[in-house]
Ligand binder design. Structure first.
Ligand code: NAD
Length: 515
Protein backbone atom coordinates (compact mmCIF):
# COMPACT_ATOMS: atom_id res chain seq x y z
CA UNK A 1 0.00 0.00 0.00
CA UNK A 2 2.63 2.49 1.05
CA UNK A 3 4.67 1.81 -2.05
CA UNK A 4 1.64 2.28 -4.29
CA UNK A 5 0.80 5.66 -2.79
CA UNK A 6 4.36 6.90 -3.07
CA UNK A 7 4.37 6.34 -6.79
CA UNK A 8 1.89 9.17 -7.22
CA UNK A 9 4.30 11.97 -6.61
CA UNK A 10 7.13 12.88 -4.34
CA UNK A 11 6.85 16.60 -4.87
CA UNK A 12 4.54 17.29 -1.95
CA UNK A 13 6.18 14.95 0.48
CA UNK A 14 9.38 15.47 2.42
CA UNK A 15 11.20 12.24 3.07
CA UNK A 16 12.09 11.04 6.52
CA UNK A 17 13.14 7.59 7.66
CA UNK A 18 9.57 6.81 8.69
CA UNK A 19 6.49 7.94 6.80
CA UNK A 20 7.65 11.33 5.55
CA UNK A 21 6.18 14.79 6.00
CA UNK A 22 3.59 16.80 4.11
CA UNK A 23 4.58 20.14 2.66
CA UNK A 24 2.44 23.23 2.45
CA UNK A 25 1.63 24.51 -1.04
CA UNK A 26 2.03 28.26 -1.09
CA UNK A 27 2.28 30.56 -4.10
CA UNK A 28 2.91 27.64 -6.44
CA UNK A 29 5.65 26.05 -4.34
CA UNK A 30 5.69 22.93 -2.22
CA UNK A 31 7.42 24.15 0.92
CA UNK A 32 8.74 22.32 3.97
CA UNK A 33 7.11 23.82 7.04
CA UNK A 34 9.19 25.24 9.89
CA UNK A 35 6.50 24.13 12.34
CA UNK A 36 7.62 22.92 15.74
CA UNK A 37 4.50 20.79 16.11
CA UNK A 38 3.70 17.90 13.77
CA UNK A 39 0.63 15.66 13.69
CA UNK A 40 0.99 11.99 12.82
CA UNK A 41 -1.05 10.34 10.08
CA UNK A 42 -1.40 6.61 10.70
CA UNK A 43 -2.55 3.89 8.34
CA UNK A 44 -5.76 2.84 10.16
CA UNK A 45 -5.27 -0.81 9.28
CA UNK A 46 -1.72 -1.12 10.65
CA UNK A 47 -1.03 1.93 12.87
CA UNK A 48 2.12 2.58 10.83
CA UNK A 49 2.95 6.29 10.64
CA UNK A 50 2.62 7.04 6.92
CA UNK A 51 2.82 10.81 7.00
CA UNK A 52 3.23 13.85 9.24
CA UNK A 53 1.32 17.11 8.98
CA UNK A 54 2.70 20.45 10.16
CA UNK A 55 0.85 22.79 12.49
CA UNK A 56 1.54 25.59 10.02
CA UNK A 57 3.19 28.65 11.54
CA UNK A 58 1.57 32.06 11.50
CA UNK A 59 4.25 33.34 9.16
CA UNK A 60 3.59 30.52 6.67
CA UNK A 61 -0.14 31.03 6.91
CA UNK A 62 0.17 34.73 6.20
CA UNK A 63 2.42 33.97 3.24
CA UNK A 64 -0.34 31.74 1.82
CA UNK A 65 -2.96 34.49 2.19
CA UNK A 66 -0.59 37.02 0.61
CA UNK A 67 0.06 34.67 -2.31
CA UNK A 68 -3.68 34.12 -2.78
CA UNK A 69 -4.36 37.82 -2.50
CA UNK A 70 -1.74 38.70 -5.07
CA UNK A 71 -2.87 35.98 -7.47
CA UNK A 72 -6.45 37.26 -7.22
CA UNK A 73 -5.53 40.44 -9.07
CA UNK A 74 -4.71 38.73 -12.33
CA UNK A 75 -6.77 35.53 -11.96
CA UNK A 76 -10.02 37.39 -11.29
CA UNK A 77 -9.58 39.48 -14.41
CA UNK A 78 -8.32 36.67 -16.61
CA UNK A 79 -10.57 35.52 -19.43
CA UNK A 80 -13.29 33.17 -18.34
CA UNK A 81 -12.35 31.00 -21.31
CA UNK A 82 -8.91 30.59 -19.81
CA UNK A 83 -10.35 29.55 -16.44
CA UNK A 84 -12.65 27.13 -18.21
CA UNK A 85 -9.69 25.65 -20.07
CA UNK A 86 -7.78 25.13 -16.82
CA UNK A 87 -10.78 23.33 -15.32
CA UNK A 88 -11.10 21.13 -18.42
CA UNK A 89 -7.42 20.27 -18.14
CA UNK A 90 -7.83 19.53 -14.43
CA UNK A 91 -10.76 17.26 -15.24
CA UNK A 92 -8.58 15.27 -17.60
CA UNK A 93 -5.70 15.00 -15.12
CA UNK A 94 -7.89 13.93 -12.22
CA UNK A 95 -9.53 11.29 -14.38
CA UNK A 96 -6.10 9.98 -15.29
CA UNK A 97 -5.03 9.91 -11.65
CA UNK A 98 -8.13 8.49 -9.97
CA UNK A 99 -6.25 5.35 -8.92
CA UNK A 100 -3.34 7.36 -7.51
CA UNK A 101 -5.56 9.64 -5.45
CA UNK A 102 -7.60 6.63 -4.33
CA UNK A 103 -4.46 4.79 -3.19
CA UNK A 104 -3.46 7.71 -1.03
CA UNK A 105 -6.96 7.73 0.50
CA UNK A 106 -6.87 4.00 1.27
CA UNK A 107 -3.48 4.38 2.89
CA UNK A 108 -4.28 7.38 5.09
CA UNK A 109 -8.02 7.04 5.62
CA UNK A 110 -8.69 3.31 5.40
CA UNK A 111 -11.66 3.09 3.05
CA UNK A 112 -11.61 0.35 0.41
CA UNK A 113 -9.98 1.02 -2.94
CA UNK A 114 -13.30 0.79 -4.83
CA UNK A 115 -14.94 3.19 -2.38
CA UNK A 116 -11.98 5.59 -2.53
CA UNK A 117 -12.29 5.70 -6.32
CA UNK A 118 -15.94 6.68 -5.82
CA UNK A 119 -14.80 9.47 -3.49
CA UNK A 120 -12.63 10.92 -6.28
CA UNK A 121 -15.25 10.36 -8.99
CA UNK A 122 -17.99 12.21 -7.11
CA UNK A 123 -15.62 15.17 -6.75
CA UNK A 124 -14.69 14.90 -10.42
CA UNK A 125 -18.36 15.35 -11.32
CA UNK A 126 -18.24 18.76 -9.64
CA UNK A 127 -15.17 19.66 -11.73
CA UNK A 128 -16.99 18.51 -14.87
CA UNK A 129 -20.01 20.62 -14.06
CA UNK A 130 -17.79 23.61 -13.24
CA UNK A 131 -16.44 23.44 -16.80
CA UNK A 132 -19.84 24.68 -17.99
CA UNK A 133 -19.05 28.04 -16.40
CA UNK A 134 -19.35 30.01 -19.64
CA UNK A 135 -23.04 29.08 -19.70
CA UNK A 136 -23.78 29.00 -16.00
CA UNK A 137 -22.25 32.36 -15.14
CA UNK A 138 -24.26 34.29 -17.73
CA UNK A 139 -25.71 37.44 -16.24
CA UNK A 140 -29.06 39.13 -16.88
CA UNK A 141 -29.73 42.12 -19.07
CA UNK A 142 -32.88 44.12 -19.59
CA UNK A 143 -33.33 46.90 -22.10
CA UNK A 144 -35.31 49.22 -19.88
CA UNK A 145 -36.00 51.95 -22.40
CA UNK A 146 -34.61 53.36 -25.61
CA UNK A 147 -31.47 54.68 -23.91
CA UNK A 148 -31.31 52.68 -20.71
CA UNK A 149 -30.05 49.18 -19.89
CA UNK A 150 -29.84 47.33 -16.61
CA UNK A 151 -27.55 44.34 -16.42
CA UNK A 152 -25.91 42.23 -13.75
CA UNK A 153 -22.47 40.75 -13.43
CA UNK A 154 -21.29 38.03 -11.09
CA UNK A 155 -18.01 39.05 -9.54
CA UNK A 156 -15.63 36.87 -7.54
CA UNK A 157 -15.21 37.60 -3.83
CA UNK A 158 -11.44 37.50 -3.38
CA UNK A 159 -9.51 35.02 -1.23
CA UNK A 160 -11.74 32.13 -0.08
CA UNK A 161 -10.96 29.22 2.23
CA UNK A 162 -12.09 25.60 2.47
CA UNK A 163 -11.84 23.57 5.68
CA UNK A 164 -12.55 19.92 5.02
CA UNK A 165 -13.22 16.67 6.97
CA UNK A 166 -11.42 13.34 6.93
CA UNK A 167 -14.19 11.18 5.50
CA UNK A 168 -14.21 12.43 1.87
CA UNK A 169 -10.66 13.69 1.38
CA UNK A 170 -11.00 14.13 -2.39
CA UNK A 171 -14.68 14.84 -3.07
CA UNK A 172 -15.15 17.68 -0.62
CA UNK A 173 -11.88 19.42 -1.52
CA UNK A 174 -12.97 19.34 -5.16
CA UNK A 175 -16.33 20.94 -4.30
CA UNK A 176 -14.51 24.14 -3.47
CA UNK A 177 -11.32 23.80 -5.53
CA UNK A 178 -13.32 23.74 -8.76
CA UNK A 179 -16.06 26.27 -8.01
CA UNK A 180 -14.02 28.85 -6.13
CA UNK A 181 -11.36 29.08 -8.81
CA UNK A 182 -13.48 28.85 -11.95
CA UNK A 183 -15.48 31.84 -10.69
CA UNK A 184 -12.25 33.85 -10.42
CA UNK A 185 -11.50 33.57 -6.71
CA UNK A 186 -8.31 32.26 -5.17
CA UNK A 187 -8.39 29.60 -2.49
CA UNK A 188 -6.69 28.42 0.68
CA UNK A 189 -7.46 24.78 1.47
CA UNK A 190 -7.01 23.46 5.01
CA UNK A 191 -7.56 19.73 4.56
CA UNK A 192 -8.22 17.34 7.40
CA UNK A 193 -5.00 16.75 9.30
CA UNK A 194 -5.83 13.04 9.27
CA UNK A 195 -5.58 12.45 5.51
CA UNK A 196 -3.87 15.32 3.66
CA UNK A 197 -2.46 13.26 0.75
CA UNK A 198 -5.45 13.48 -1.60
CA UNK A 199 -5.51 17.28 -1.33
CA UNK A 200 -1.80 17.48 -2.07
CA UNK A 201 -2.13 15.37 -5.20
CA UNK A 202 -5.05 17.53 -6.30
CA UNK A 203 -2.94 20.67 -5.69
CA UNK A 204 -0.22 19.22 -7.86
CA UNK A 205 -2.74 18.43 -10.60
CA UNK A 206 -4.09 22.01 -10.39
CA UNK A 207 -0.58 23.25 -11.01
CA UNK A 208 -0.14 20.88 -13.96
CA UNK A 209 -3.53 21.99 -15.32
CA UNK A 210 -2.21 25.55 -15.58
CA UNK A 211 -3.51 27.23 -12.44
CA UNK A 212 -1.11 30.11 -11.85
CA UNK A 213 0.86 30.24 -8.57
CA UNK A 214 -1.26 31.39 -5.64
CA UNK A 215 -4.63 30.55 -7.16
CA UNK A 216 -4.84 27.47 -4.97
CA UNK A 217 -2.82 27.09 -1.77
CA UNK A 218 -2.78 24.37 0.87
CA UNK A 219 -1.95 24.94 4.52
CA UNK A 220 -2.08 22.19 7.09
CA UNK A 221 -2.85 22.02 10.76
CA UNK A 222 -5.68 21.86 13.25
CA UNK A 223 -7.61 24.40 15.32
CA UNK A 224 -4.88 27.14 15.34
CA UNK A 225 -4.77 27.20 11.52
CA UNK A 226 -8.57 27.15 11.35
CA UNK A 227 -8.74 30.11 13.73
CA UNK A 228 -6.31 32.06 11.57
CA UNK A 229 -8.60 31.43 8.60
CA UNK A 230 -11.58 32.73 10.59
CA UNK A 231 -9.72 35.86 11.69
CA UNK A 232 -7.69 36.95 8.64
CA UNK A 233 -9.27 40.10 7.19
CA UNK A 234 -8.33 39.23 3.61
CA UNK A 235 -10.32 35.98 3.63
CA UNK A 236 -13.82 36.74 2.38
CA UNK A 237 -15.59 33.39 2.48
CA UNK A 238 -15.23 30.06 4.28
CA UNK A 239 -16.62 26.77 3.11
CA UNK A 240 -16.61 24.23 5.94
CA UNK A 241 -17.61 20.57 6.05
CA UNK A 242 -17.23 18.53 9.22
CA UNK A 243 -18.67 17.98 12.66
CA UNK A 244 -21.10 20.21 14.58
CA UNK A 245 -18.60 21.47 17.12
CA UNK A 246 -15.97 22.76 14.70
CA UNK A 247 -18.62 24.02 12.26
CA UNK A 248 -20.47 26.07 14.85
CA UNK A 249 -17.21 27.45 16.19
CA UNK A 250 -16.12 28.57 12.71
CA UNK A 251 -19.52 30.01 11.86
CA UNK A 252 -19.71 31.94 15.14
CA UNK A 253 -16.17 33.24 14.84
CA UNK A 254 -16.06 34.19 11.15
CA UNK A 255 -19.60 35.43 10.41
CA UNK A 256 -19.48 38.43 12.78
CA UNK A 257 -16.31 39.51 10.96
CA UNK A 258 -18.39 39.86 7.80
CA UNK A 259 -17.26 36.65 6.13
CA UNK A 260 -19.62 34.53 4.10
CA UNK A 261 -19.74 31.07 5.73
CA UNK A 262 -21.36 27.85 4.58
CA UNK A 263 -21.05 24.91 6.98
CA UNK A 264 -22.23 21.37 6.34
CA UNK A 265 -22.46 19.63 9.70
CA UNK A 266 -23.44 16.29 11.19
CA UNK A 267 -26.45 14.20 10.31
CA UNK A 268 -28.85 11.45 11.23
CA UNK A 269 -30.14 9.95 8.03
CA UNK A 270 -33.21 7.77 8.31
CA UNK A 271 -34.38 5.15 5.86
CA UNK A 272 -37.99 3.99 6.04
CA UNK A 273 -38.84 0.54 4.73
CA UNK A 274 -42.44 -0.18 3.73
CA UNK A 275 -43.68 -3.77 3.38
CA UNK A 276 -44.57 -3.17 -0.31
CA UNK A 277 -40.95 -2.33 -1.24
CA UNK A 278 -38.83 -4.57 -3.49
CA UNK A 279 -37.16 -6.64 -0.81
CA UNK A 280 -33.78 -7.40 -2.40
CA UNK A 281 -33.26 -3.91 -3.78
CA UNK A 282 -34.14 -2.45 -0.40
CA UNK A 283 -32.04 -4.68 1.81
CA UNK A 284 -29.01 -4.52 -0.51
CA UNK A 285 -29.26 -0.74 -0.58
CA UNK A 286 -29.68 -0.45 3.19
CA UNK A 287 -26.72 -2.72 3.93
CA UNK A 288 -24.55 -0.89 1.38
CA UNK A 289 -25.44 2.50 2.75
CA UNK A 290 -25.11 1.50 6.38
CA UNK A 291 -21.78 -0.32 6.21
CA UNK A 292 -20.04 1.23 3.17
CA UNK A 293 -17.00 3.34 4.13
CA UNK A 294 -17.28 1.57 7.51
CA UNK A 295 -20.22 3.87 8.25
CA UNK A 296 -18.15 7.04 7.95
CA UNK A 297 -20.31 8.81 5.39
CA UNK A 298 -22.28 11.93 5.97
CA UNK A 299 -25.14 10.75 3.79
CA UNK A 300 -26.54 7.32 3.16
CA UNK A 301 -28.11 5.84 6.21
CA UNK A 302 -24.70 6.57 7.46
CA UNK A 303 -24.16 8.97 10.25
CA UNK A 304 -27.09 7.59 12.04
CA UNK A 305 -27.36 4.42 10.03
CA UNK A 306 -30.93 4.28 10.99
CA UNK A 307 -33.61 2.16 9.43
CA UNK A 308 -37.26 2.35 10.38
CA UNK A 309 -38.99 -0.88 9.43
CA UNK A 310 -42.71 -0.23 9.10
CA UNK A 311 -45.29 -2.92 9.91
CA UNK A 312 -44.76 -6.28 8.18
CA UNK A 313 -41.35 -5.14 6.83
CA UNK A 314 -40.04 -5.83 10.36
CA UNK A 315 -39.92 -9.49 9.35
CA UNK A 316 -37.09 -8.66 6.91
CA UNK A 317 -34.62 -7.79 9.66
CA UNK A 318 -33.04 -11.31 9.83
CA UNK A 319 -32.40 -11.16 6.07
CA UNK A 320 -30.71 -7.80 6.48
CA UNK A 321 -28.48 -9.26 9.18
CA UNK A 322 -27.49 -12.11 6.85
CA UNK A 323 -26.38 -9.57 4.26
CA UNK A 324 -24.39 -7.67 6.87
CA UNK A 325 -22.63 -10.87 7.97
CA UNK A 326 -21.48 -11.57 4.42
CA UNK A 327 -19.54 -8.31 4.12
CA UNK A 328 -15.78 -8.73 4.13
CA UNK A 329 -13.95 -6.68 6.75
CA UNK A 330 -10.26 -6.18 5.96
CA UNK A 331 -7.59 -3.70 4.83
CA UNK A 332 -8.81 -1.39 2.07
CA UNK A 333 -6.25 -2.60 -0.48
CA UNK A 334 -7.39 -6.24 -0.17
CA UNK A 335 -9.31 -7.87 -3.01
CA UNK A 336 -13.02 -8.01 -2.27
CA UNK A 337 -12.84 -5.78 0.83
CA UNK A 338 -16.24 -4.34 1.76
CA UNK A 339 -15.37 -2.51 4.98
CA UNK A 340 -12.01 -1.12 5.94
CA UNK A 341 -11.01 0.12 9.39
CA UNK A 342 -12.41 3.25 11.02
CA UNK A 343 -10.19 6.31 11.08
CA UNK A 344 -8.52 5.94 14.48
CA UNK A 345 -8.21 3.76 17.54
CA UNK A 346 -10.15 6.42 19.50
CA UNK A 347 -12.96 6.30 16.93
CA UNK A 348 -13.13 2.50 17.29
CA UNK A 349 -13.32 2.82 21.08
CA UNK A 350 -16.03 5.44 20.87
CA UNK A 351 -18.12 3.35 18.47
CA UNK A 352 -17.78 0.27 20.65
CA UNK A 353 -18.78 2.26 23.74
CA UNK A 354 -21.91 3.45 21.94
CA UNK A 355 -22.74 -0.18 21.13
CA UNK A 356 -22.24 -0.98 24.86
CA UNK A 357 -24.88 1.63 25.74
CA UNK A 358 -27.48 -0.24 23.69
CA UNK A 359 -27.26 -3.15 26.10
CA UNK A 360 -27.09 -0.87 29.13
CA UNK A 361 -30.13 1.14 28.10
CA UNK A 362 -32.39 -1.81 27.26
CA UNK A 363 -31.98 -2.04 23.47
CA UNK A 364 -31.01 -5.22 21.61
CA UNK A 365 -27.77 -6.03 19.80
CA UNK A 366 -28.83 -8.14 16.82
CA UNK A 367 -25.37 -8.35 15.21
CA UNK A 368 -22.28 -7.47 17.22
CA UNK A 369 -19.18 -6.12 15.47
CA UNK A 370 -17.27 -5.24 18.66
CA UNK A 371 -13.82 -6.74 19.15
CA UNK A 372 -13.51 -7.65 15.47
CA UNK A 373 -10.03 -8.98 14.71
CA UNK A 374 -8.73 -9.24 11.16
CA UNK A 375 -5.84 -11.74 11.32
CA UNK A 376 -3.85 -10.08 8.49
CA UNK A 377 -4.17 -6.69 10.21
CA UNK A 378 -4.06 -7.41 13.95
CA UNK A 379 -3.51 -3.75 14.85
CA UNK A 380 -6.23 -2.27 12.62
CA UNK A 381 -9.15 -0.19 13.92
CA UNK A 382 -11.77 -2.62 12.72
CA UNK A 383 -15.39 -2.68 13.79
CA UNK A 384 -17.56 -5.35 12.19
CA UNK A 385 -21.03 -4.60 10.78
CA UNK A 386 -23.34 -4.11 13.73
CA UNK A 387 -27.13 -4.04 13.88
CA UNK A 388 -28.94 -2.81 16.98
CA UNK A 389 -32.59 -2.25 17.83
CA UNK A 390 -33.13 0.97 19.75
CA UNK A 391 -35.70 3.56 20.71
CA UNK A 392 -35.27 7.26 20.06
CA UNK A 393 -34.39 8.06 23.68
CA UNK A 394 -31.25 5.86 23.64
CA UNK A 395 -27.69 7.15 23.26
CA UNK A 396 -27.05 5.15 20.09
CA UNK A 397 -29.96 6.93 18.44
CA UNK A 398 -29.19 10.36 19.81
CA UNK A 399 -25.47 10.42 18.94
CA UNK A 400 -23.84 10.45 15.55
CA UNK A 401 -22.05 7.09 15.66
CA UNK A 402 -19.87 7.43 12.54
CA UNK A 403 -19.12 3.72 12.39
CA UNK A 404 -20.67 0.61 10.81
CA UNK A 405 -23.62 0.44 13.18
CA UNK A 406 -27.15 0.26 11.82
CA UNK A 407 -29.79 1.34 14.32
CA UNK A 408 -33.24 -0.10 13.76
CA UNK A 409 -36.36 1.54 15.10
CA UNK A 410 -39.65 -0.26 14.53
CA UNK A 411 -42.75 1.76 13.60
CA UNK A 412 -46.32 0.77 12.83
CA UNK A 413 -47.18 3.36 10.18
CA UNK A 414 -45.48 5.65 7.67
CA UNK A 415 -46.71 8.71 9.56
CA UNK A 416 -45.17 7.41 12.77
CA UNK A 417 -41.85 7.01 10.87
CA UNK A 418 -42.09 10.56 9.49
CA UNK A 419 -42.77 11.88 12.98
CA UNK A 420 -39.56 10.25 14.22
CA UNK A 421 -37.57 11.79 11.35
CA UNK A 422 -39.00 15.24 11.89
CA UNK A 423 -38.40 15.16 15.64
CA UNK A 424 -34.68 14.78 14.93
CA UNK A 425 -32.59 17.95 15.07
CA UNK A 426 -30.71 17.08 11.87
CA UNK A 427 -32.01 17.47 8.32
CA UNK A 428 -29.47 15.99 5.93
CA UNK A 429 -31.09 13.03 4.21
CA UNK A 430 -33.99 10.57 4.40
CA UNK A 431 -34.99 7.68 2.18
CA UNK A 432 -38.22 5.78 1.63
CA UNK A 433 -38.40 2.30 0.13
CA UNK A 434 -41.81 1.58 -1.36
CA UNK A 435 -43.72 0.80 -4.56
CA UNK A 436 -46.53 3.14 -3.61
CA UNK A 437 -46.33 6.44 -5.48
CA UNK A 438 -48.78 8.21 -3.19
CA UNK A 439 -46.80 7.17 -0.11
CA UNK A 440 -43.59 8.33 -1.80
CA UNK A 441 -45.09 11.72 -2.60
CA UNK A 442 -46.46 12.10 0.91
CA UNK A 443 -42.99 11.28 2.28
CA UNK A 444 -41.23 13.73 -0.06
CA UNK A 445 -43.52 16.55 0.97
CA UNK A 446 -43.67 15.96 4.71
CA UNK A 447 -40.27 14.58 5.77
CA UNK A 448 -38.15 17.60 6.70
CA UNK A 449 -34.58 16.60 5.63
CA UNK A 450 -33.30 18.40 2.54
CA UNK A 451 -32.21 15.37 0.50
CA UNK A 452 -34.83 12.74 -0.13
CA UNK A 453 -34.25 9.32 -1.65
CA UNK A 454 -37.11 7.27 -3.07
CA UNK A 455 -35.78 3.72 -3.32
CA UNK A 456 -32.34 5.35 -3.23
CA UNK A 457 -30.36 4.96 -0.02
CA UNK A 458 -27.66 7.57 -0.70
CA UNK A 459 -29.51 10.53 -2.25
CA UNK A 460 -26.46 12.75 -2.73
CA UNK A 461 -27.53 15.23 -5.41
CA UNK A 462 -25.54 15.43 -8.64
CA UNK A 463 -23.52 18.65 -8.90
CA UNK A 464 -25.92 20.50 -11.20
CA UNK A 465 -28.29 20.42 -8.21
CA UNK A 466 -27.11 21.55 -4.84
CA UNK A 467 -26.28 19.79 -1.62
CA UNK A 468 -29.37 20.60 0.38
CA UNK A 469 -28.92 19.42 3.93
CA UNK A 470 -30.88 21.66 6.28
CA UNK A 471 -32.03 22.07 9.90
CA UNK A 472 -29.14 21.12 12.23
CA UNK A 473 -27.08 19.72 9.33
CA UNK A 474 -26.30 23.15 7.88
CA UNK A 475 -25.28 26.61 9.04
CA UNK A 476 -25.29 29.55 6.63
CA UNK A 477 -27.56 30.79 3.87
CA UNK A 478 -26.03 29.60 0.61
CA UNK A 479 -25.64 25.82 0.17
CA UNK A 480 -22.85 23.91 -1.54
CA UNK A 481 -22.36 23.40 -5.29
CA UNK A 482 -24.94 23.58 -8.08
CA UNK A 483 -26.40 27.02 -8.78
CA UNK A 484 -26.12 27.96 -5.13
CA UNK A 485 -22.44 27.00 -5.22
CA UNK A 486 -21.90 29.67 -7.87
CA UNK A 487 -23.90 32.08 -5.72
CA UNK A 488 -21.65 31.33 -2.76
CA UNK A 489 -18.49 32.17 -4.67
CA UNK A 490 -19.78 35.28 -6.43
CA UNK A 491 -21.35 38.59 -5.58
CA UNK A 492 -23.61 40.43 -7.93
CA UNK A 493 -23.04 43.84 -9.35
CA UNK A 494 -25.93 45.43 -11.23
CA UNK A 495 -25.36 48.36 -13.56
CA UNK A 496 -28.00 50.77 -14.77
CA UNK A 497 -26.71 52.72 -17.75
CA UNK A 498 -28.12 55.62 -19.67
CA UNK A 499 -26.60 56.47 -23.02
CA UNK A 500 -28.80 59.36 -24.12
CA UNK A 501 -28.94 60.38 -27.73
CA UNK A 502 -28.69 64.04 -26.69
CA UNK A 503 -28.44 66.40 -23.73
CA UNK A 504 -31.32 66.99 -21.26
CA UNK A 505 -33.76 69.76 -22.00
CA UNK A 506 -33.57 72.63 -19.49
CA UNK A 507 -31.23 73.22 -16.56
CA UNK A 508 -33.44 72.49 -13.52
CA UNK A 509 -32.26 69.58 -11.36
CA UNK A 510 -34.88 66.97 -10.44
CA UNK A 511 -34.70 66.04 -6.78
CA UNK A 512 -37.61 63.61 -6.50
CA UNK A 513 -36.75 59.88 -6.51
CA UNK A 514 -36.20 58.89 -10.15
CA UNK A 515 -38.92 56.51 -11.39
P1 NAD B 1 -14.16 17.56 12.29
O1 NAD B 1 -15.19 18.57 12.60
O2 NAD B 1 -13.43 16.93 13.40
O3 NAD B 1 -13.05 18.20 11.32
C1 NAD B 1 -13.40 18.96 10.19
C2 NAD B 1 -12.39 20.07 10.00
O4 NAD B 1 -12.48 20.98 11.11
C3 NAD B 1 -10.95 19.57 9.96
O5 NAD B 1 -10.26 20.24 8.94
C4 NAD B 1 -10.42 19.90 11.34
O6 NAD B 1 -9.05 20.20 11.33
C5 NAD B 1 -11.22 21.10 11.77
N1 NAD B 1 -11.47 21.12 13.22
C6 NAD B 1 -11.75 20.06 14.02
N2 NAD B 1 -11.92 20.46 15.28
C7 NAD B 1 -11.75 21.79 15.31
C8 NAD B 1 -11.82 22.78 16.33
N3 NAD B 1 -12.07 22.48 17.59
N4 NAD B 1 -11.58 24.08 15.99
C9 NAD B 1 -11.33 24.41 14.72
N5 NAD B 1 -11.25 23.50 13.71
C10 NAD B 1 -11.46 22.21 13.99
O7 NAD B 1 -14.88 16.47 11.37
P2 NAD B 1 -14.28 15.08 10.87
O8 NAD B 1 -14.22 14.15 12.02
O9 NAD B 1 -13.07 15.28 10.05
O10 NAD B 1 -15.42 14.61 9.88
C11 NAD B 1 -16.57 13.93 10.30
C12 NAD B 1 -17.73 14.87 10.52
O11 NAD B 1 -17.99 15.57 9.31
C13 NAD B 1 -18.99 14.16 10.88
O12 NAD B 1 -19.62 14.83 11.94
C14 NAD B 1 -19.83 14.27 9.62
O13 NAD B 1 -21.21 14.33 9.88
C15 NAD B 1 -19.38 15.52 9.03
N6 NAD B 1 -19.60 15.56 7.59
C16 NAD B 1 -20.68 16.24 7.12
C17 NAD B 1 -20.92 16.29 5.76
C18 NAD B 1 -22.09 17.03 5.21
O14 NAD B 1 -22.07 17.33 4.02
N7 NAD B 1 -23.09 17.35 6.00
C19 NAD B 1 -20.03 15.67 4.88
C20 NAD B 1 -18.91 14.99 5.41
C21 NAD B 1 -18.71 14.96 6.77
Amino acid sequence: GLQAAEQVSSKWKGTTADGGTTKNYIGGEFLDSKADKWLEVRDPSTQTVVNRVPETTEHEFNAAVDAASQAFESWSTSSILRRQRVILELQHLIRQHIPDIAKSIVLEQGKTFADAQGDVSRGLQVVETAAAITSTLLGDKLEVSKDMDTYSRRMPLGVCAAITPFNFPAMIVLWSAALATVTGNTLIVKPSERDPGATMIIAELCERAGMPPGVINVVHGSAPTVNRICDHPKIKAISFVGGDRAGKHIYDRASPLGKRVQANLGAKNHAVIMPDANKNLTLNAIAGAAFGAAGQRCMAISLSRLAIFVGAAQQWIPDLIERAKELKVTGGFEEGADLGPVISYEAKERIEQLIDTVQQEGGRILLDGRGRVVPEYPDGNFVGPTVVEVTTDMSAYKNEIFGPVLCIVPAETLDEAIEIINANKYGNGAALFTNNGAAARHFELTAEPGQIGINVAVPVPLPMFNWSGNKGSFLGDIPFYGRTGLDFYTQRKTTTSLWPSGDAIGNKATVAMPQ
